[in-house]
Design a protein around this ligand. Structure first.
Ligand code: NI
Ligand code: MN
Length: 226
């Protein structure tokens, strides 16, 4: 399978003819190499309701008839906008035709800001474990460091982990390096940095903090074969 990074928290997985995109924040994401009208997705996975993660989901889901997988509250809200959804919640896993998705906890917020200045309750923020082709990918979503990352890594040996390093809204590089140690992932890729001024980071500094020397910076558009 091919796993690619597209700036901010956007991750795309291509497996067995299916495309899964996580947190498709495209319009307003100056780092991304993607264009909304060029994306073909069968599934969209959302870690939480913040606008820099929901992004272009409604347009993309309608255009592609993609299934949106996210927490049940956000799934309900998006369903009312005419999108096909599959609601889940933390601790739950479900087998889809491309593989299994399990939602894990994240310490963060999840309000969706509408254009008329309302904040809609967006359910609990989450991370996701993707079990595809015998490999395990962890996308932490937006979160601070928490010690149960040890449990996540123990229960589900992780081949590839995407961890936020931007600081301010999520873990910064030092905490994310501890997260990487807790998770014991074979490979770690930093996300959620340099998109906005408060999350400016040098990702190579994060890589240098990793004791296991298992880090890799992916530029938007770069991918890993798993
Ligand atoms: Ni967020
Ligand atoms: Mn975010």
């Amino acid at each position: 399978m091919k796993v690619s990074y597209h700036g901010h928290s956007v991750v795309k997985v291509e497996t067995g003819g299916k495309t899964i995109i996580v947190d498709p924040f495209i319009n307003g994401n100056e780092l991304t190499d993607l264009k909304v009208n060029e994306i073909n997705a069968d599934y969209i996975i959302l870690t939480h309701a913040h606008n820099d993660h929901v992004g272009d989901t409604v347009e993309l889901a309608k255009k592609n008839d993609a299934l949106v997988i996210t927490n049940a509250d956000l799934a309900t809200y998006l369903g009312w906008q005419g999108v096909r959804t599959h609601g889940m919640n933390i601790g739950g896993a479900f087998e889809f035709d491309f593989g299994k998705v399990k939602m894990t906890q994240a310490f963060h917020g999840s309000g969706y800001a509408t254009s008329d200045q309302q904040i809609i309750y967006g359910g609990m923020p989450a991370g996701v474990l993707l079990f595809i082709e015998g490999k395990t990918i962890y996308h932490a979503g937006d979160t601070g460091l928490f010690s149960d990352m040890k449990l996540i890594g123990e229960l589900h040996p992780i081949d590839l982990a995407f961890l936020p390093i931007g600081d301010n809204f999520t873990m910064g590089p030092e905490d994310a390096a501890i997260a990487a140690e807790f998770l014991q992932a074979k490979k770690v890729v930093p996300i959620h940095f340099n998109t906005f001024p408060p999350i400016k980071q040098d990702p190579q500094k994060f890589i240098q903090l990793l004791k296991a020397e298992n880090g890799q910076v992916l530029k938007p558009g770069e991918s890993i074969k798993l």
